[in-house]
Design a protein. Sequence first.
Length: 114
Amino acid sequence: VQFVESGGALVQPGGSLRLSCSASRLAFSNYDMKWYRQAPGKGREFVARISDSGGTEDYADSVKGRFTISRDNAKNTVYLQMNSLKLDDTAVYYCNTVPNMNSWGPGTQVTVSS
């Protein structure tokens, strides 16, 4: 299994980014998917979850109303649209299946700074 996250960047507070995570060597459409993030000096935390069909979404309270998770099963890709970014959103963002696979991708760095 391989995950490759992309789309991270340096952005000002209030800005937007769209992250992508491409998964390979797994039956992608059979799995719920999650986005996680890890800020400097902190543990990895849950950000958002989407069901295998894309019909159900769930979010951490800290991002609810600002972030939107989506997926394209034909492309084996899950997305995270991030709007109204805050300084506290600065982190490396990762995706994984539910339950988690043992392997993790390299993540993509999101830095929110003025």
